[in-house]
Design a protein around this ligand. Structure first.
Ligand SMILES: Nc1nc2c(ncn2[C@@H]2O[C@H](COP(=O)(O)OP(=O)(O)OP(=O)(O)O)[C@@H](O)[C@H]2O)c(=O)[nH]1
Ligand SMILES: [Mg+2]
Length: 455
């Protein structure tokens, strides 16, 4: 018998009712302890559309409260950034041609040197230049194919939940929710090797030139870096095309990659904190990271924001202390990666509306980050808000009026009385994020204490 038996009298020992009661008391006590522990643990859920900056916020939390990044993460980002840098320059070349922007590097008579540099870039095969296993194995390859293969546009649309409405419907119907959650693995978890073409290579652009080059010696990373540097700094068409990158998909940090290209090409280079904050690895599924902030235990859940990822969100809606919705406010003039017919801001508005007013979060505090304010400031004059949001009344280059416009749209979706806490952020800027994240943690701790009746 267990330790409880030693205090029993022989009369009690024979009493089955008493024995059962004691066993139940033990279970009840342990359930209470568990509940108490769960109540003490703060669960912060990061939500928002793809590429809005959720994982970057999590990275800042790691820098603040977990002593930073592991060596493995640094090596992983070195590989991923190098591949993305090369592909980003290829994309600029291809898109310039599609947009009929004349490229200096396409004119061998006038710019022989740039012409040669461009050929080097188009010949480069990033998958042969990176260590795919260090970069993240099948996750990296799958993401790479989805981003850069020729057929990816259709594939992305098929893999997305199709209609943005689908997520909204699934939030409203428990049946649908249940059905969706049982398919959590979803498509996109494996690699379609048939699609693993380099996509944007010279073969499609100039087959004759490609045949001629098939016997050429392999190009080195340093040569590719020099070629990217030259095109970035000296080809006027590349700059014009970059200024119109809201019309196609380009990595948010492409400019940073180009400006630092030699660093990423250097043998044995290991990413710095800043590089990791600028680098992008799409989140698949939901990650959980534990932090101790003051005397509170935090669990931060970071969910992949692309449409195909959202069907998995339901798994973590229970017991959330606060939702941190990250909006890329700079994306008012961009289309979704998953479906280039849908404006990113419209998608974020729909998503925020659905989450904020869903029964899952009736009593859950919401924090809203208007993120990527640095990019927002940069593009205002070049890309007037009114062109995409005709109701905007502010001046073209008025940053404050622009931010307020979108803030008002989001706050106007609130059908409840609870406040929404808004911060304007640049998630890649460690110094400013330190203040914001400290304020957010204080707020959540305070709210949690109030909820548990301690305050
Ligand atoms: N310039 C700038 N870049 C940012 C900012 N926030 C995030 N980024 C960049 O935007 C890209 C996407 O950021 P992520 O944090 O991976 O986006 P996410 O919301 O986690 O995306 P998913 O995992 O697909 O849902 C990365 O390259 C980041 O460096 C910002 O405030 N300013
Ligand atoms: Mg992410």
């Amino acid at each position: 018998m267990g330790c409880g038996a030693s205090t029993m009298s022989s009369e009690e020992e024979g009493d089955l009712f008493l024995q059962n009661k004691r066993a139940n008391d033990v279970i009840e006590r342990s359930l209470q302890q568990q509940k108490h522990k769960e109540n003490k643990e703060i669960k912060l859920l990061l939500l928002g559309t793809g590429e809005s900056g959720k994982s970057t916020v999590l990275k800042q939390l790691k820098l603040l409260h977990q002593g930073g990044f592991s060596n493995q993460e640094r090596l992983q980002y070195t590989q991923v950034i190098w591949a993305d840098a090369i592909q980003s320059m290829k994309i600029l070349i291809i898109q310039a041609r599609k947009l009929r922007i004349p490229l200096d590097c396409d004119n061998p008579q006038a710019n022989r040197h740039l012409f040669e540099q461009k050929r080097l870039i188009l010949r480069a095969k990033p998958l042969e230049l990176v260590d795919a296993s260090l970069a993240g194995g099948s996750g990296f390859l799958n993401d790479y194919v989805l981003k850069y293969s020729e057929t990816s546009e259709n594939k992305r649309r098929t893999q997305s939940t199709g209609e943005a409405q689908a997520f909204r419907n699934s939030m409203l119907m428990d049946d649908t929710l249940h059905k969706n959650s049982s398919h959590a693995g979803g498509p996109g978890d494996g690699v379609d090797f048939q699609e693993l073409s380099e996509g944007l290579n010279e073969d499609q652009i100039n087959p004759a030139l490609s045949r001629q080059q098939s016997n050429a010696r392999p190009v080195t990373s340093q040569e590719i870096a020099t070629a990217i540097e030259k095109l970035w700094h000296y080809d006027r068409g590349i700059r014009q095309c970059f200024a119109r990158s809201n019309e196609f998909h380009l990595e948010s940090s492409a400019e940073y990659y180009f400006e630092n290209i030699h660093k990423f090409a250097a043998p044995g280079y290991v990413c710095s904190d800043e590089d990791i904050l600028k680098g992008r690895i799409k989140t698949t599924g939901i990650t959980e990271t534990a932090f101790n902030i003051g005397s509170s235990s935090f669990k931060v859940l970071d969910a992949g924001g692309q449409r195909s990822e959202r069907r998995k969100w339901i798994h973590c809606f229970q017991g959330i202390t606060a939702v941190l919705f990250v909006l890329a406010v700079s994306e008012y003039d961009q289309m979704l990666f998953e479906d280039e017919r849908v404006n990113r801001m419209h998608e974020a508005i729909m998503l925020f509306d659905t989450l904020l007013n869903s029964r899952w979060f009736i009593n859950t505090p919401f924090i809203l980050f208007l993120n990527k304010t640095d990019i927002f400031k940069d593009k205002l004059t070049r890309s007037p808000i009114r062109q995409y949001f005709p109701h905007y009344q502010g001046r073209v280059n008025d940053v404050e009026a622009g931010l307020k416009h979108f803030e008002d749209i989001f706050l106007g979706l609130n059908k409840s009385q609870r406040p929404i806490y808004v911060h304007r952020t640049c998630a890649t800027d460690t110094q400013s994020m330190r203040f914001v994240l400290t304020a957010v943690a204080d707020l959540i701790i305070h709210q949690n204490l109030k909820k548990s009746g301690i305050l």
